[in-house]
Design a protein around this ligand. Structure first.
Ligand code: G16
Ligand code: MG
Length: 220
């Protein structure tokens, strides 16, 4: 019996990927590396420092900086990113998400955020949905990020539920892998190809229907 929903943030609740892209692009340019939107796909769901490592590798500069310099580069990116997310309002909820969250609340389902983003709490406040949620897994507390199952397992723990009693919702391949490894029913948002490992997938958040999700997950 499903009693909880564990949500990814970027790409499921709101679309911050474009802001991450713009901030990484300008940081990369400063150090002579060119990135495009196609490359940016690899950064979805991946932590800030792991994203930086991928960008440096892409530009052949993986050995060029000390750990302290890399921390500084990541901080510069985050400062620019924060200027974008300051503008977020409830209008930035992805289509269908408002209805989904409210219906889940009416059904007394537990809800937790399992995002790799350290900016998650600020974004949730700006979207004005924090009161619907029971908690946010602190990404700084994790030993391993997605695709490791830890973040989704901790999400279920926060609700005092077993992973089998929860549904995980994700838009990144690494995230679906994480949910599946946690033995949780996985709902994917995205192309059929990218979401081929999901237990159930839709192309857009507008197609997320709570009754359908619960019916499929409870059958599983
Ligand atoms: C999000 C984004 C990633 C980003 C990560 C960390 O993950 O998809 O691109 O690198 O958060 O973000 P921050 O730099 O704000 O800590 P998710 O898990 O919400 O999809
Ligand atoms: Mg995501």
């Amino acid at each position: 019996m499903i009693k909880g929903l564990i949500f990814d943030l970027d790409g499921v609740i709101t679309d911050t990927a474009e802001y991450h892209f713009l901030a990484w692009k300008s940081l990369a340019e400063k150090i002579g590396i060119e990135i495009d939107r196609e490359f940016n796909e690899q950064l979805k769901g991946i932590s800030r420092m792991e994203s930086l490592e991928l960008i440096l590798k892409h530009g052949g500069k993986e050995e060029a900086y000390t750990e302290a310099e890399k921390e500084e580069l990541a901080t510069q990116k985050n400062e620019e990113y924060k200027t974008y997310i300051k503008e977020i309002t409830p209008d930035d909820l992805l289509p269908g998400v408002d209805t989904l969250l409210k219906e889940a609340k009416e059904k007394n389902l537990g809800m937790v955020l399992a995002s790799a983003s350290k900016n998650g709490p600020a974004i949730m406040e700006s979207l004005e949905i924090m009161d619907l949620f029971d908690g946010i897994v602190d990404p700084a507390s994790l030993k391993a990020g997605k695709p490791d199952p830890e973040i989704f397992v901790k999400g279920a723990d926060m609700l005092n539920l077993k992973p089998e009693e929860c549904v995980g919702l994700e838009d990144a391949e690494a995230g679906i892998e994480s949910i599946n490894a946690a033995h949780m029913f996985s709902v994917g948002v995205g192309s059929r190809d990218a979401m081929k490992e999901a237990d159930y997938a839709v192309e857009s958040t507008a197609d997320l229907d709570l009754d359908t999700i619960l019916e499929k997950a409870n059958q599983d």
